[in-house]
Design a protein around this ligand. Structure first.
Ligand SMILES: NC(=O)c1ccc[n+]([C@@H]2O[C@H](COP(=O)([O-])OP(=O)(O)OC[C@H]3O[C@@H](n4cnc5c(N)ncnc54)[C@H](OP(=O)(O)O)[C@@H]3O)[C@@H](O)[C@H]2O)c1
Length: 321
Protein backbone atom coordinates (compact mmCIF):
# COMPACT_ATOMS: atom_id res chain seq x y z
CA UNK A 1 0.00 0.00 0.00
CA UNK A 2 1.14 3.57 -0.66
CA UNK A 3 2.77 4.98 2.50
CA UNK A 4 4.87 7.85 3.80
CA UNK A 5 7.70 6.32 5.81
CA UNK A 6 11.29 6.40 7.05
CA UNK A 7 13.88 3.61 6.71
CA UNK A 8 17.00 5.40 7.95
CA UNK A 9 17.10 8.54 10.08
CA UNK A 10 18.90 11.71 9.06
CA UNK A 11 19.43 14.08 12.03
CA UNK A 12 20.73 16.93 9.83
CA UNK A 13 18.47 16.68 6.79
CA UNK A 14 15.11 15.12 7.75
CA UNK A 15 13.63 15.62 4.27
CA UNK A 16 16.40 13.42 2.82
CA UNK A 17 15.11 10.62 5.10
CA UNK A 18 11.50 10.95 3.89
CA UNK A 19 10.29 8.10 1.64
CA UNK A 20 7.04 7.76 -0.30
CA UNK A 21 6.24 4.35 -1.73
CA UNK A 22 4.95 0.84 -1.11
CA UNK A 23 4.86 -0.81 2.32
CA UNK A 24 3.10 -4.09 3.30
CA UNK A 25 -0.55 -3.82 4.37
CA UNK A 26 -0.78 -4.21 8.18
CA UNK A 27 -2.48 -7.21 9.82
CA UNK A 28 -4.63 -6.53 12.89
CA UNK A 29 -3.64 -8.71 15.88
CA UNK A 30 -6.29 -9.93 18.37
CA UNK A 31 -8.17 -7.01 19.87
CA UNK A 32 -7.00 -4.64 17.13
CA UNK A 33 -8.83 -3.47 14.04
CA UNK A 34 -8.02 -2.03 10.63
CA UNK A 35 -9.00 1.50 9.58
CA UNK A 36 -9.06 2.71 5.99
CA UNK A 37 -7.37 6.10 6.31
CA UNK A 38 -9.21 9.00 4.68
CA UNK A 39 -7.03 11.78 6.08
CA UNK A 40 -3.88 12.03 8.19
CA UNK A 41 -2.30 15.21 9.49
CA UNK A 42 1.32 16.25 9.89
CA UNK A 43 2.89 17.01 13.27
CA UNK A 44 6.36 18.13 14.26
CA UNK A 45 6.63 14.66 15.81
CA UNK A 46 6.98 13.33 12.24
CA UNK A 47 9.99 15.62 11.64
CA UNK A 48 11.58 14.36 14.87
CA UNK A 49 10.95 10.76 13.68
CA UNK A 50 12.80 11.47 10.40
CA UNK A 51 15.73 12.73 12.50
CA UNK A 52 15.65 9.55 14.60
CA UNK A 53 14.52 11.41 17.75
CA UNK A 54 12.22 9.06 19.68
CA UNK A 55 12.44 6.51 16.86
CA UNK A 56 15.60 4.38 16.88
CA UNK A 57 16.81 2.97 13.55
CA UNK A 58 16.11 -0.63 14.68
CA UNK A 59 12.34 0.10 14.66
CA UNK A 60 12.48 1.26 11.02
CA UNK A 61 11.09 1.07 8.37
CA UNK A 62 8.29 2.96 10.09
CA UNK A 63 5.22 4.53 8.51
CA UNK A 64 4.90 8.09 9.84
CA UNK A 65 1.82 9.81 11.21
CA UNK A 66 0.08 9.95 14.58
CA UNK A 67 -3.27 11.36 13.45
CA UNK A 68 -5.97 9.86 11.28
CA UNK A 69 -9.62 9.77 10.46
CA UNK A 70 -11.18 7.09 8.30
CA UNK A 71 -13.61 4.19 7.98
CA UNK A 72 -13.52 1.21 10.33
CA UNK A 73 -14.18 -2.42 9.40
CA UNK A 74 -17.92 -1.98 10.08
CA UNK A 75 -18.17 1.06 7.80
CA UNK A 76 -18.31 3.66 10.61
CA UNK A 77 -16.66 7.07 10.29
CA UNK A 78 -14.00 7.25 13.01
CA UNK A 79 -10.96 9.05 14.24
CA UNK A 80 -8.13 7.48 16.14
CA UNK A 81 -6.93 8.15 19.67
CA UNK A 82 -3.22 7.83 19.02
CA UNK A 83 -2.01 6.97 22.54
CA UNK A 84 -1.47 3.20 22.51
CA UNK A 85 -1.54 1.86 26.07
CA UNK A 86 0.19 -1.32 27.18
CA UNK A 87 -2.11 -4.37 27.51
CA UNK A 88 -4.20 -4.25 30.70
CA UNK A 89 -3.52 -0.58 31.45
CA UNK A 90 -6.46 1.25 33.03
CA UNK A 91 -6.89 4.92 33.90
CA UNK A 92 -5.29 7.98 32.30
CA UNK A 93 -3.53 6.59 29.23
CA UNK A 94 -0.92 9.36 29.27
CA UNK A 95 0.47 8.12 32.60
CA UNK A 96 1.18 4.60 31.29
CA UNK A 97 5.01 4.45 31.30
CA UNK A 98 4.86 1.92 28.44
CA UNK A 99 2.47 3.92 26.24
CA UNK A 100 3.50 4.92 22.74
CA UNK A 101 2.12 7.04 19.94
CA UNK A 102 1.36 5.51 16.58
CA UNK A 103 4.56 5.57 14.48
CA UNK A 104 6.80 5.11 17.55
CA UNK A 105 6.34 1.35 18.06
CA UNK A 106 3.38 0.50 15.82
CA UNK A 107 3.11 1.61 12.17
CA UNK A 108 1.66 5.11 11.71
CA UNK A 109 -1.26 6.65 9.90
CA UNK A 110 0.21 8.07 6.66
CA UNK A 111 -0.87 5.11 4.53
CA UNK A 112 -3.92 3.49 2.99
CA UNK A 113 -4.57 1.47 6.18
CA UNK A 114 -3.57 1.60 9.83
CA UNK A 115 -4.24 -0.97 12.57
CA UNK A 116 -5.08 0.14 16.12
CA UNK A 117 -6.54 -1.37 19.31
CA UNK A 118 -10.34 -1.40 19.02
CA UNK A 119 -10.55 0.83 22.12
CA UNK A 120 -8.66 3.58 20.29
CA UNK A 121 -11.49 4.20 17.80
CA UNK A 122 -13.65 7.26 18.48
CA UNK A 123 -16.81 8.06 16.52
CA UNK A 124 -16.36 11.01 14.15
CA UNK A 125 -19.13 13.59 14.52
CA UNK A 126 -20.91 14.08 11.19
CA UNK A 127 -20.40 17.85 11.56
CA UNK A 128 -16.62 17.45 11.10
CA UNK A 129 -15.04 16.56 7.76
CA UNK A 130 -12.44 13.77 7.62
CA UNK A 131 -9.79 16.47 7.04
CA UNK A 132 -10.87 18.43 10.14
CA UNK A 133 -11.13 15.31 12.31
CA UNK A 134 -7.61 14.23 11.31
CA UNK A 135 -6.18 17.39 12.91
CA UNK A 136 -7.54 16.65 16.37
CA UNK A 137 -5.86 13.56 17.91
CA UNK A 138 -2.36 15.01 18.47
CA UNK A 139 -1.84 18.80 18.26
CA UNK A 140 -5.41 19.73 19.13
CA UNK A 141 -5.79 17.16 21.89
CA UNK A 142 -2.50 18.30 23.43
CA UNK A 143 -3.58 21.95 23.40
CA UNK A 144 -6.97 20.98 24.86
CA UNK A 145 -5.44 19.12 27.81
CA UNK A 146 -2.90 21.89 28.43
CA UNK A 147 -5.67 24.47 28.66
CA UNK A 148 -8.45 22.53 30.36
CA UNK A 149 -6.62 20.06 32.64
CA UNK A 150 -3.21 21.58 33.34
CA UNK A 151 -3.36 25.38 33.28
CA UNK A 152 -5.86 26.10 36.10
CA UNK A 153 -7.21 28.91 33.90
CA UNK A 154 -10.73 30.26 34.36
CA UNK A 155 -12.82 32.25 31.88
CA UNK A 156 -11.57 35.83 31.81
CA UNK A 157 -7.95 34.88 32.67
CA UNK A 158 -5.14 35.79 30.28
CA UNK A 159 -3.06 33.11 28.55
CA UNK A 160 0.18 33.58 26.59
CA UNK A 161 0.68 31.22 23.67
CA UNK A 162 4.20 31.03 22.26
CA UNK A 163 4.13 30.53 18.48
CA UNK A 164 1.60 31.90 16.02
CA UNK A 165 1.46 29.40 13.18
CA UNK A 166 2.23 25.93 14.54
CA UNK A 167 -0.22 23.08 14.91
CA UNK A 168 -0.37 23.13 18.72
CA UNK A 169 -0.15 26.94 18.84
CA UNK A 170 -3.09 27.51 16.45
CA UNK A 171 -5.08 24.85 18.31
CA UNK A 172 -4.33 26.51 21.64
CA UNK A 173 -5.39 29.98 20.51
CA UNK A 174 -8.62 28.67 18.96
CA UNK A 175 -9.55 26.57 21.99
CA UNK A 176 -8.54 29.28 24.47
CA UNK A 177 -10.81 31.78 22.72
CA UNK A 178 -13.67 29.27 22.63
CA UNK A 179 -13.46 28.65 26.40
CA UNK A 180 -13.53 32.32 27.31
CA UNK A 181 -9.87 33.21 27.90
CA UNK A 182 -8.05 36.42 26.96
CA UNK A 183 -5.53 35.22 24.39
CA UNK A 184 -2.09 36.75 23.78
CA UNK A 185 0.11 35.21 21.09
CA UNK A 186 3.74 35.72 20.02
CA UNK A 187 4.86 35.08 16.45
CA UNK A 188 8.03 35.42 14.41
CA UNK A 189 6.62 37.33 11.45
CA UNK A 190 4.02 40.02 10.88
CA UNK A 191 2.16 37.71 8.47
CA UNK A 192 1.90 34.97 11.11
CA UNK A 193 0.86 37.44 13.81
CA UNK A 194 -1.90 38.84 11.59
CA UNK A 195 -3.13 35.32 10.83
CA UNK A 196 -3.24 34.55 14.57
CA UNK A 197 -5.69 37.42 15.06
CA UNK A 198 -8.05 35.49 12.79
CA UNK A 199 -7.57 32.26 14.75
CA UNK A 200 -8.49 33.43 18.24
CA UNK A 201 -5.76 35.81 19.43
CA UNK A 202 -6.98 39.06 21.05
CA UNK A 203 -3.51 40.60 20.85
CA UNK A 204 -0.30 39.56 19.10
CA UNK A 205 3.34 40.40 19.86
CA UNK A 206 6.77 39.85 18.36
CA UNK A 207 8.57 36.84 19.82
CA UNK A 208 10.18 37.92 23.11
CA UNK A 209 8.42 41.33 23.22
CA UNK A 210 7.54 42.96 26.55
CA UNK A 211 3.82 42.37 27.19
CA UNK A 212 1.40 45.03 28.47
CA UNK A 213 0.77 43.00 31.64
CA UNK A 214 1.42 39.67 33.33
CA UNK A 215 -0.40 36.51 32.26
CA UNK A 216 -2.06 33.80 34.34
CA UNK A 217 -0.57 30.97 32.30
CA UNK A 218 1.80 30.38 29.39
CA UNK A 219 1.48 27.60 26.82
CA UNK A 220 4.95 26.45 25.75
CA UNK A 221 5.86 24.18 22.85
CA UNK A 222 8.84 26.17 21.55
CA UNK A 223 11.35 25.55 24.36
CA UNK A 224 14.74 27.28 24.54
CA UNK A 225 13.85 30.20 22.26
CA UNK A 226 10.85 31.37 24.33
CA UNK A 227 11.17 29.78 27.80
CA UNK A 228 12.67 32.81 29.57
CA UNK A 229 10.03 35.06 28.02
CA UNK A 230 7.29 32.72 29.25
CA UNK A 231 8.68 32.81 32.82
CA UNK A 232 9.14 36.60 32.74
CA UNK A 233 5.56 37.07 31.52
CA UNK A 234 3.86 35.03 34.28
CA UNK A 235 2.21 36.65 37.29
CA UNK A 236 3.22 35.40 40.76
CA UNK A 237 1.65 31.97 41.21
CA UNK A 238 1.12 31.63 37.45
CA UNK A 239 1.38 28.37 35.53
CA UNK A 240 3.69 27.45 32.69
CA UNK A 241 2.43 24.38 30.82
CA UNK A 242 5.01 22.77 28.54
CA UNK A 243 4.44 20.01 25.99
CA UNK A 244 7.24 20.55 23.47
CA UNK A 245 10.68 21.97 22.85
CA UNK A 246 11.00 22.53 19.11
CA UNK A 247 13.90 24.99 19.42
CA UNK A 248 15.76 22.92 22.05
CA UNK A 249 15.04 21.16 25.37
CA UNK A 250 17.57 22.82 27.72
CA UNK A 251 16.64 26.46 28.44
CA UNK A 252 18.07 28.48 31.36
CA UNK A 253 15.94 27.26 34.27
CA UNK A 254 15.79 30.64 36.12
CA UNK A 255 15.02 28.86 39.40
CA UNK A 256 15.18 32.07 41.50
CA UNK A 257 12.22 33.45 39.58
CA UNK A 258 10.36 30.13 39.76
CA UNK A 259 10.50 29.75 43.55
CA UNK A 260 10.39 33.41 44.53
CA UNK A 261 7.26 34.01 42.47
CA UNK A 262 5.85 30.57 43.33
CA UNK A 263 5.29 29.52 39.74
CA UNK A 264 3.94 26.15 38.69
CA UNK A 265 5.64 24.35 35.81
CA UNK A 266 3.50 21.53 34.48
CA UNK A 267 4.56 19.00 31.86
CA UNK A 268 1.85 17.80 29.50
CA UNK A 269 1.61 15.05 26.93
CA UNK A 270 -1.23 14.31 24.52
CA UNK A 271 -4.54 13.57 26.28
CA UNK A 272 -6.90 10.79 27.21
CA UNK A 273 -9.56 9.24 25.04
CA UNK A 274 -12.14 10.96 27.28
CA UNK A 275 -10.44 14.31 26.65
CA UNK A 276 -10.51 13.64 22.90
CA UNK A 277 -14.27 13.10 23.19
CA UNK A 278 -14.49 16.36 25.16
CA UNK A 279 -12.63 18.18 22.39
CA UNK A 280 -14.96 16.69 19.78
CA UNK A 281 -17.94 17.88 21.81
CA UNK A 282 -16.46 21.39 22.01
CA UNK A 283 -16.00 21.44 18.21
CA UNK A 284 -19.50 20.08 17.59
CA UNK A 285 -21.26 22.42 20.02
CA UNK A 286 -19.39 25.68 19.40
CA UNK A 287 -18.59 25.44 15.70
CA UNK A 288 -14.85 25.47 16.54
CA UNK A 289 -12.83 23.97 13.68
CA UNK A 290 -9.12 23.18 13.23
CA UNK A 291 -6.98 25.71 11.39
CA UNK A 292 -5.93 23.93 8.18
CA UNK A 293 -2.95 25.26 6.24
CA UNK A 294 -3.40 23.00 3.21
CA UNK A 295 -4.96 19.68 2.21
CA UNK A 296 -2.70 17.65 -0.09
CA UNK A 297 -2.96 14.20 -1.63
CA UNK A 298 -0.77 11.74 0.34
CA UNK A 299 1.45 11.46 -2.77
CA UNK A 300 2.37 15.17 -2.37
CA UNK A 301 3.11 14.95 1.36
CA UNK A 302 6.72 16.04 0.86
CA UNK A 303 5.56 19.63 0.26
CA UNK A 304 3.98 19.76 3.72
CA UNK A 305 7.04 18.22 5.40
CA UNK A 306 9.32 20.74 3.67
CA UNK A 307 7.14 23.68 4.73
CA UNK A 308 7.20 22.49 8.36
CA UNK A 309 11.00 22.07 8.33
CA UNK A 310 11.29 25.60 6.87
CA UNK A 311 8.93 27.01 9.53
CA UNK A 312 6.39 27.98 6.87
CA UNK A 313 3.28 26.71 8.62
CA UNK A 314 -0.11 28.33 8.96
CA UNK A 315 -2.02 25.66 10.87
CA UNK A 316 -2.18 21.98 9.96
CA UNK A 317 -1.13 20.14 6.81
CA UNK A 318 -3.55 17.32 6.02
CA UNK A 319 -2.80 14.44 3.62
CA UNK A 320 -5.68 12.56 2.01
CA UNK A 321 -6.11 9.17 0.29
N1 LIG B 1 3.96 16.35 24.35
C1 LIG B 1 3.08 16.10 23.39
O1 LIG B 1 2.18 15.27 23.55
C2 LIG B 1 3.13 16.89 22.12
C3 LIG B 1 2.04 16.88 21.24
C4 LIG B 1 2.09 17.69 20.12
C5 LIG B 1 3.25 18.43 19.86
N2 LIG B 1 4.29 18.36 20.72
C6 LIG B 1 5.52 19.15 20.48
O2 LIG B 1 5.16 20.52 20.36
C7 LIG B 1 6.01 21.15 19.42
C8 LIG B 1 5.17 21.84 18.36
O3 LIG B 1 4.56 20.86 17.53
P1 LIG B 1 3.72 21.31 16.26
O4 LIG B 1 3.28 20.06 15.57
O5 LIG B 1 2.75 22.35 16.64
O6 LIG B 1 4.91 21.99 15.39
P2 LIG B 1 4.85 23.09 14.24
O7 LIG B 1 3.51 23.05 13.60
O8 LIG B 1 6.08 22.88 13.43
O9 LIG B 1 4.97 24.47 15.05
C9 LIG B 1 6.17 25.03 15.45
C10 LIG B 1 5.88 26.28 16.31
O10 LIG B 1 7.08 26.58 17.01
C11 LIG B 1 7.39 27.93 16.85
N3 LIG B 1 8.85 28.04 16.77
C12 LIG B 1 9.71 27.15 16.27
N4 LIG B 1 10.97 27.58 16.40
C13 LIG B 1 10.91 28.77 17.01
C14 LIG B 1 11.88 29.71 17.44
N5 LIG B 1 13.18 29.50 17.23
N6 LIG B 1 11.45 30.82 18.03
C15 LIG B 1 10.14 31.05 18.24
N7 LIG B 1 9.16 30.18 17.84
C16 LIG B 1 9.55 29.06 17.25
C17 LIG B 1 6.71 28.40 15.59
O11 LIG B 1 6.40 29.75 15.81
P3 LIG B 1 5.94 30.78 14.63
O12 LIG B 1 4.51 30.47 14.39
O13 LIG B 1 6.13 32.11 15.23
O14 LIG B 1 6.83 30.49 13.47
C18 LIG B 1 5.49 27.49 15.52
O15 LIG B 1 4.37 28.10 16.13
C19 LIG B 1 6.95 20.07 18.87
O16 LIG B 1 8.16 20.13 19.60
C20 LIG B 1 6.20 18.80 19.18
O17 LIG B 1 7.04 17.68 19.31
C21 LIG B 1 4.26 17.61 21.84
Amino acid sequence: MFSVFVSAPNPDDPIAALELGERPEPEAPDGWTRVEVKAASLNHHDIFSLKGIGLPAERMPMILGTDASGIDEDGNEVLIHSVISSPGWTGDETFDPKRSLLSEVHQGTMAKYVVVPKGNLVAKPAELSFEEAACLPTAWLTAYRMLTNDSRLKPGNTVLIQGASGGVATAAMSIARAIGLRVWVTGRSEEKRQAALGHGAHEVFETGARLPGKVDAAIETVGEATWSHSLRSLRPGGTLVVSGATSGPNPKADLNRVFFLQMRIIGSTMGTRTELEGLLGLCRDTGLRPVINEVLPMSEAKRGFQAMVDGNTAGKFVFTN
